[in-house]
Design a protein around this ligand. Structure first.
Ligand code: ATP
Length: 132
């Protein structure tokens, strides 16, 4: 299968850089899959998993919002945070999930509720990605 260069970068580090056959992730507009030769585009990414296919193997990551730019030669993802499945600290994610659920139950103010919902989405995504 034809490959293309995928680079995933956060403000802190380069998370991934390699030739891949396919990626599947969650754009704000819905699930999106990119094969080599895809039409150039820019998409906003949601909080969710990212699956990469390469040589019959699958690599799983979590992406915490960002932008994806697809050009003729490569795909670049600029994410607020991103982790490979094996980098995820499951205990930390479980603690983040509990804290977020507690804040959602407390319903103190709208802004905190919204923030807690996003923190919960991040934690749930990390737990799912690290568990697969
Ligand atoms: P926490 O409350 O545990 O910090 P968070 O969702 O607020 O979670 P982020 O702001 O999304 O964390 O990420 C901050 C940094 O910590 C990023 O570099 C991110 O990759 C890393 N990170 C967050 N949670 C985990 C985790 N469970 N395992 C590994 N790295 C994590």
């Amino acid at each position: 299968m034809k490959t293309y260069l995928l680079e995933i970068v956060t403000p802190e580090r380069k998370v991934y850089s390699d030739d891949v056959e396919m990626l599947i992730t969650k754009a704000e507009s819905g699930e999106i899959g990119i094969l080599a030769g895809h039409t150039p585009l820019v998409a906003s990414l949601a909080i969710g998993p990212l699956r990469v296919k390469k040589n019959g193997a699958e690599i799983l990551m979590s992406i915490m919002k960002g932008f994806m730019e697809v050009t003729e030669t490569k795909v670049v993802i600029l994410a607020e945070a991103a982790e490979l499945a094996e980098e995820i600290d499951i205990d930390r994610a479980m603690r983040a999930k509990e804290r977020a659920e507690e804040r959602i139950r407390a319903k103190e103010d709208v802004l905190d509720f919204k923030r807690a919902e996003l923190a919960l989405q991040r934690a749930v995504t990390r737990i799912k990605v690290s568990g697969k």
